[in-house]
Design a protein around this ligand. Structure first.
Ligand code: DMJ
Length: 459
């Protein structure tokens, strides 16, 4: 008995010893598997500077850098400093003080909207108005707010349609409007910026006009609760009834949810809550255990296409914000699968056929944005590892001598001569925020506009 007892003690001791060794091995293995956040954040910052320096050297004073020909691209006859305005808050967030100070001064000295150019209301709102408002909030410099208010006033004529939904283009000098056929993303992605402008200036007109445009779009949803892709803002009739969460609709849904969270606007809450039920009922799709969102007819709900793309990859972030973590996690895995199909993300992917249907990659941020939201909400290192893989592929395939270049084809990895301002405003910012310490930005107290410009939630 005694002997047997000793033998069992010895066995137990040995067993305990091996368990400990195993735990130590596992722990060190896990630690080795943990991405080095500090190192990654430093890399992102250095690469942001590389891209920014390319813009400064080859495209200074213009809208965008063309990274292959090392020259510039302007959207209109006269530049609107798209890249500097879009990038300033990224510099501030990254702590690049000298760059931020110089860029701020350049914008304040040179940006003027008194220009005879016809601009696209949606793009100018999300990139420039959004950028100026965040720069005002981050620096406290009233001159940014003055610029934002001047721009807001020049954009206001877009809302002078019979329905209140905006025309797509407006002349900044004359107020002449054009292009009545628009889409929900362009009619409904304005309230964060116009609403914030109202809050900062105390002038309700901006909030009211953008809110009406959002509500009028929502009011034209079908009986089953979906919106279509193209709508005439003069007649209120849909000209294309394809429904999805992709480009031309995407950020309409994003703003329904975010405007509730930013302004505590209960109408937006109600519109979001009704919309997400229809989205999940008719657009959600399953393939071999994977969750996807495809296309359906807005009136019948019948499946129209089984494509999902780089723009759709914003939706896990929206699902995180709405509290639907299970769907957010599953959809993120699908986005990641799409990314890994060719080692970098195609613009569009047929998830049923598992085939790329549009092979370009314009350096989009959406999948990184969703990775950041998921990491913030779950703290699961899985999302850091995912982010590190995205980052390594992004650098490997898109870095050039003068900055970062879009890809014409994700299969051949052939580059395109474009680096849009959202690369500096969004893609680098979300990579940086994913890896940098939590104190960098208080995730729970801000709402990002669709161009990644954060605004503090209003009380
Ligand atoms: C950005 O301008 C915005 O994120 C917009 O909502 C969608 N397209 C680009 C980025 O892909």
């Amino acid at each position: 008995m005694g002997f047997a007892g000793n033998e069992s003690n010895t066995r137990q001791g040995l067993h305990g010893f091996f368990v400990c060794v195993l735990l130590v091995i596992c722990a060190s293995h896990c630690l080795a598997q943990q991405p080095n956040r500090k190192k990654l954040a430093a890399e992102v910052k250095a690469e942001f500077l590389h891209a920014w320096n390319g813009y400064k050297k080859h495209a200074w004073g213009h809208d965008d850098l063309k990274p292959l020909s090392k020259t510039h691209h302007d959207w209109y006859a006269q530049p609107l400093l798209m890249t500097p305005v879009d990038s300033l808050d990224t510099m501030i967030i990254m702590g690049l003080k000298n760059e931020a100070d110089a860029t701020k001064q350049y914008i304040l000295d040179n940006l003027s909207f008194d220009k005879d150019v016809e601009v696209q209301n949606f793009e100018i709102t999300i990139r420039i108005l959004g950028g100026l408002l965040t720069s005002y909030q981050l620096t406290g410099d009233k001159r940014f707010l003055n610029l934002a208010e001047d721009l807001g006033n020049r954009l206001l004529p877009v809302f002078n349609s019979p329905t209140g939904m905006p025309y797509r283009y407006v002349n900044l000098k004359t107020g002449k409007i054009r292009n009545p056929v628009s889409n929900p993303a362009e009619t409904g992605t304005l309230l964060i910026e116009f609403g914030t402008l109202s809050k900062f200036t105390g002038k309700p007109v901006f909030y009211d006009k953008a809110k009406r445009a959002l509500v009028e779009t929502y009011n034209r949803r079908s009986k089953i609760g979906l919106v279509g892709e193209w709508i005439n803002v003069e007649t209120g009739q849909w000209t294309n009834t394809d429904s999805h969460i992709s480009g031309a609709i995407d950020s309409y849904y994003e703003y329904l949810l975010k405007c509730w969270l930013l302004f505590r606007d209960e109408d937006c809450k109600r519109m979001w809550e009704e919309s997400i039920v229809a989205i999940n009922k008719y657009l959600q799709d399953e393939r071999e255990g994977e969750l996807w969102y495809g296309h359906a007819d807005m009136n019948t709900g019948g499946r129209r296409a089984t494509t999902y793309g780089a723009l759709d990859a914003f939706f896990p972030a929206v699902l995180v914000l709405s509290g639907d973590l299970p769907r957010a996690k599953r959809l993120q895995e699908s986005s990641y699968l799409m990314w890994n199909h060719a080692g970098i993300e195609p613009e569009e992917f047929d998830y049923r056929a598992q085939k790329i249907t549009s092979p370009r990659y314009p350096l989009r941020p959406e999948i990184v944005e969703s990775t950041y939201y998921l990491y913030q909400r779950t703290r699961d290192p899985h999302y850091l590892r995912m982010g590190e893989k995205l980052w390594r592929d992004f650098v490997q395939h898109c870095r050039t001598e003068a900055g970062y270049a879009a890809l014409k084809n994700v299969v051949t990895k052939e580059k395109a001569d474009a680096m849009q301002s959202f690369v500096l405003a969004e893609t680098f910012k979300y990579f940086y925020l994913l890896f940098s310490p939590d104190e960098t930005l208080d995730f729970r107290n801000v709402i990002f506009n669709t161009e990644a410009h954060p605004i503090k939630k209003f009380k």
